[in-house]
Design a protein around this ligand. Structure first.
Ligand code: AMP
Length: 397
């Protein structure tokens, strides 16, 4: 028995979960927000239902880690630091270097640093988290788990952009995808639920959250995914455009009087998607409420979201020449029955049918297709943190 932490470090936040492994029992979880700003918020959930919260100034990630570990002892979640044997860090971009999770040493840190260009904000923040833990707990197993690794199995025909070939060779310009840990978790779980070997299945995993991506998992490996060079591509998202015509960039920059292309990219990342379309919110719940009150732009935003998701489902069914299971996961996938129904309804002509009653559920693992559906439709809550803890456990041995 040993304790393992799963860490997701953002530029001003540190999200964490502490597990007893190999039982995969959650002992505590929490988040430190507003790191580096005034009034940082420090929250811990522990011992099944207890909550500790504090507001104080936390200058950097290292202070956050020190405070967090100290509190875990004070709250008697652990007796001493020696109990924590491993820590796993989510890292957004692994480029072509990391097709697997990696034990962190100086070389791995340098390699992550060398591909910061693939996810400037994210990888830098992830590295800050890694270094903070290395400084505070230098001797424990430390593992990097990459959002992109699962997609490294994509064939060139699916990961290449139709650009001059040397841009790939010289500048690493290709599709990397994201949410890999989630797509892997739910596809493995789907095979267990279906009682069939994963390497004999054609699965489409729909990770529909604030960020959203769809993946074709054929015989256990990702063969294509909707996100691209960065997580901006693919389907319409909470605040992200998804796929658009690149010619809009110079056109809109001129109209908006922008001179820095980064400002345009910021609009594509933060002001677009469901939020930009509806003018209401990026949050599905707000859009559903607005639609119910007759807000036409909220309704349009929802229909566009469903349409773009469906486009990828159609593509991947053709690509894999069939599908055994479709898996819904993440905030929207797990909790929005109507959206699921609207996405699936165009597949009925293929015999893929949702059971209305079974679909009327939120956040619970279950089969939601009819008994005679030609492909199973599954709802599987994702768990990226447990995948991180499992990788620490695996690499520790
Ligand atoms: P995530 O990024 O996975 O946390 O997912 C966030 C998205 O899930 C947001 O658009 C939320 O509105 C949506 N979501 C969460 N709970 C619900 C719910 N009960 N009904 C509809 N959408 C939900």
């Amino acid at each position: 028995m040993s304790k393992t932490m799963a860490i997701n470090a953002g530029s001003s936040s540190l999200k964490w979960k502490l597990y007893e492994m190999p039982e995969e029992e959650t002992l505590a979880s929490g988040i430190v927000e507003r790191i580096g700003l005034n009034n940082s918020v420090f929250t811990i959930k522990y011992n099944n239902g207890n909550k500790y919260e504090d507001v104080l100034d936390i200058n950097d990630h290292e202070v956050a880690v020190e405070l967090l570990l100290q509190k875990l002892i004070e709250l008697k979640v652990i007796e001493n630091l020696d109990e924590i044997e491993g820590v796993g860090h989510r890292v957004v971009a692994g480029g072509e270097i990391f097709s697997e999770s990696a034990l962190i040493d100086d070389e791995v840190i340098e390699q992550i640093d060398s591909i910061i260009k693939l996810a400037p904000l994210h990888n830098l923040a992830n590295l800050t988290g890694i270094k903070a833990f290395k400084n505070v707990l230098p001797d424990i197993t430390s593992v990097a788990v990459f959002d992109t690794s699962f997609h490294q199995t994509m064939p060139a025909v699916n990961f290449m952009y139709s650009l001059p070939y040397e841009y790939y060779e010289k500048y690493d310009a290709r599709k990397y995808g994201a949410h890999g840990t989630s797509h892997q978790f739910v596809s493995e779980r789907a095979a267990e639920m279906l009682g069939k070997p994963l390497d004999e299945l054609k699965i489409i995993t729909l990770h529909l959250g604030n960020g959203a991506s769809i993946t074709a998992v054929e015989n256990g490996v990702s063969i294509d995914t909707s996100m691209g060079f960065t997580p901006l591509a693919g389907v319409t998202m909470g605040t992200r455009t998804g796929d658009i015509d690149a010619s809009l960039i110079p056109y809109l920059m001129e109209k908006l009087d922008l001179t820095d292309v980064q400002d345009m990219i910021d609009i594509f990342n933060h002001q677009s998607g469901l939020k930009g379309l509806s003018g209401v919110s990026s949050d599905m719940r707000d859009l559903e409420a607005a639609e119910a009150e007759g807000n036409e732009r909220a309704e349009l935003a929802l229909r566009i979201f469903e349409d773009r998701v469906r486009n990828y489902v159609g593509q991947y069914i053709v690509k894999m020449e069939g599908v055994d299971a479709l898996v819904f996961t993440a905030g929207i996938g797990e909790n929005a029955p109507e959206t699921r129904a609207n996405i699936i309804k165009n597949l009925e002509f293929m015999g893929i049918k949702l059971d209305e009653e079974k679909n009327n559920v939120r956040g619970e693992e279950r089969v939601i297709s009819t008994d005679d559906s030609t492909a199973k439709i599954l709802l599987i809550p994702t768990d990226e943190e447990v995948m991180i803890a499992r990788d620490v456990e695996r690499l520790k041995k």
